[in-house]
Design a protein around this ligand. Sequence first.
Ligand code: SF4
Length: 198
Amino acid sequence: MADILYTYKNSVYANITNKCNCSCTFCIRSLKDGVGSAGNLWHEKNPSKEDIIKAIRNYDFEGFHELVFCGYGEPTCAFDTLIAAAKVAKEEKHLKTRLNTNGLGNAENGKDIVPQLSEVIDSVSISLNAPDAEKYKEVTRPRFENAFEKMVEFAVSCKKQIKDVKWSIVDVLSEEEIDKCKKISEETGVELRIRHYT
Ligand code: SF4
């Protein structure tokens, strides 16, 4: 059975679904089956909301302050579960909550999910992945039309309602692309975090 909760560096991560609306050329899922303490992050069947809540309730978070909703999949593809699980993490385990997302949650759910997110998520990290719509489409291969624009819209909306919101890119991009991402960061007022490729 796949791990629902696992540790990586100093945080506990929640792997709530393997569903995703992109098919990124660089997706870690095509390279290995696990990350950090998790041997296998492929669920035979995506876990139910109850499975996730039970896993959080039973987990010993001693020494950890944050629960991160992250992949092997896009957490906003299991939106109800995400909201319910983050609520339990905050109210019962007194943890900070972070969402690592591709920023397509509004498109996926056909509604503005940010107000609900803002009630239970303390910080959001959005993978920018590319500096413009054309390159974005090429590398993330999203299921939606105008996905780049939808992602930017989502980030701006998060910024208005959630205190800690960041763009995230990996330093595999060219210098020119990174400069363009910095410009998007300035224009949107969303801080850019450049992660080192490991
Ligand atoms: S959005 Fe994340 S989980 Fe989905 S394909 Fe891209 S890298 Fe993989």
